[in-house]
Design a binder for this molecule. Structure first.
Ligand SMILES: Nc1ncnc2c1ncn2[C@@H]1O[C@H](COP(=O)(O)OP(=O)(O)OP(=O)(O)O)[C@@H](O)[C@H]1O
Ligand SMILES: [Mg+2]
Length: 233
């Protein structure tokens, strides 16, 4: 059973030491829990930032949505000992159920598809982690019908998956695969700033959406960053 350390161990320097020592020894299942736990923390820390971004081109709720959704995920998973595929499925279902608007169903679909891609696996190899992201992003694209250039989370997620697939095919190790994915997502966030939104609430603004950073692309970059820090530290 995965033991979730008390809050005091998860703060500041102790948290860093805990992660450094522990992730090297973790099973894939524990790394998945660690990733989800880090996402809950990262979205709580970035709640105001993401909500400010959404107040410029949306309805000022993206940070609230993400923080609430992942807090609900951790509450649901705590004290359970689910296989990693089942934990990812619970994550997806919880996000769909607990987060309204666009981001809940979209990130929910990401995790449901990710769960499907590693259903019976107990150990995730680099190709499984890339496959998990690829399946998840395919799901987001099918569900939201956004294409790269529409100024959505797809502008971060799609280049991230491309970069990770290239790095995997070139035989790079997991750390550099995930770093390539994270960097491509960050670049995607920057590249989408001048774009005019064609999907979601931001599209109602038309030309006035140009020049603003997309909140969903930003939360997707944070998802990749957390994956780098948990799966490959
Ligand atoms: N069709 C879509 N496909 C992919 N991502 C989308 C789509 N629509 C919106 N998004 C992403 O969702 C983010 C907004 O998420 P939020 O949690 O604020 O939900 P929301 O307020 O219901 O969104 P919206 O009203 O813009 O659809 C946007 O910044 C964008 O990245
Ligand atoms: Mg919103």
């Amino acid at each position: 059973m995965l033991v979730i350390p008390p809050i005091s161990y998860r703060s500041g320097t102790l948290r860093m030491i805990y992660r450094r020592v522990s992730t090297a020894l973790m099973t894939s299942k524990q790394q998945v829990f660690e990733w989800l736990q880090m996402l809950a923390q990262v979205y709580a820390e970035n709640k105001t930032h993401l909500t400010q971004l959404d107040s410029a081109i949306g309805d000022a709720d993206h940070g609230i949505n993400m923080a609430r959704g992942f807090a609900a995920v951790i509450e649901k998973l705590s004290g359970q000992d689910q296989p990693l595929g089942a934990a990812l499925k619970t994550t997806g279902m919880t996000l769909v159920q607990s987060v309204g608007g666009a981001a809940g169903p979209l990130y929910g679909t990401f995790f449901l598809r990710a769960a499907g891609s590693c259903r019976d696996k107990t150990a995730l190899e680099p190709q499984d982690i890339v496959g998990m992201f690829e399946a998840g992003v395919d799901g987001v694209r099918q569900r939201g019908k956004a294409e790269p250039g529409d100024k959505t989370m797809i502008d971060a997620l799609d280049p991230a998956v491309d970069a990770m697939k290239k790095a995997l095919a070139a035989g790079q190790d997991l750390k550099s695969i995930l770093e390539k994915g994270r960097a491509a997502a960050e670049q995607g966030v920057q590249d989408s700033i001048p774009l005019v939104a064609r999907k979601g609430r931001a599209s109602y603004l038309g030309e006035r959406s140009a020049g603003h950073q997309d909140p969903g692309a930003t939360s997707s970059h944070l998802m990749l960053k957390a994956a780098l820090e948990t799966f490959a530290s």
